[in-house]
Write a protein that binds this ligand. Structure first.
Ligand SMILES: Cc1cc2nc3c(=O)[nH]c(=O)nc-3n(C[C@H](O)[C@H](O)[C@H](O)COP(=O)(O)O)c2cc1C
Length: 191
């Protein structure tokens, strides 16, 4: 683990960001296990919680799973520029990412991830009623798992182009901006 206790070196902060995301994928209790995903289309901003399922430090991307029939898919098709917000309450660190979302569906990438999922996780992608649709009674919503990759199973990759890192401290808040166009070299900014 890089020493970021004092948060004085932007390279260490950058390394620590990816260590936090690694923890988020592996540790369900970590604050980085979920993030708020913001989309914006047709003049409406939407935000919801999703689970961090993977990351690629070399490609600067993060991954989550979703149902292809959910509203966020249409919003991403309309405008693939999204936001991903993490907050580590104990460490008092906020990580705000901007990126471009790529929709993966019914390809080998999805199949590989599907094969590693539990039955319980797979079941959600075999729901009899489209997510977001009005139902007379919640009991009519059922999942019937089939033994094949669901066409509703979608993996979203967010290719990050900006990270805004903020650390809250009574001794003075610190904030760093990492831009893809600047090879993710950190720049201190006023908090
Ligand atoms: C803790 C938590 C984790 C969630 N994880 C996911 C997820 O990984 N993928 C997902 O599509 N929805 C997830 N949801 C549900 C979404 O927040 C949202 O309600 C749903 O995807 C429909 O969103 P949409 O209509 O904006 O597309 C999660 C909700 C909670 C509370």
């Amino acid at each position: 683990m890089h020493n970021t206790e004092n948060h004085t070196n932007t390279n260490d902060i950058y390394e620590n960001i990816w260590e936090c995301l690694d923890k988020g994928v592996k540790d369900r209790v970590s604050d980085y296990h979920t993030f708020s995903l913001a989309t914006s289309s047709n003049d409406i901003a939407e935000i919801r919680t999703v689970v961090l399922r993977g990351y690629d430090k070399e490609k600067q991307s993060i991954i989550f799973h979703t149902n292809n029939l959910t509203g966020k898919i249409n919003e991403i098709r309309d405008n693939p520029n999204v936001g991903a917000l993490f907050y580590d309450k104990k460490a008092k660190i906020q990580i705000r990412c901007n990126g471009v979302a790529v929709i993966n569906n019914m390809n080998q990438f999805c199949k590989d991830r599907w094969d590693k999922m539990s039955h319980q996780s797979k079941e959600c992608y075999y729901q009899n009623i489209t997510p977001g649709k009005i139902v007379e009674d919640p009991k009519i919503v059922k999942n019937q798992l089939e033994n094949k990759l669901s066409q509703n199973f979608t993996v979203i990759t967010i290719n990050i182009n900006k990270i805004d890192w903020l650390y809250l401290s009574s001794a003075g808040h610190t904030r760093v901006k990492f831009m893809k166009e600047n090879q993710f070299l950190g720049q201190w900014i006023a908090p």
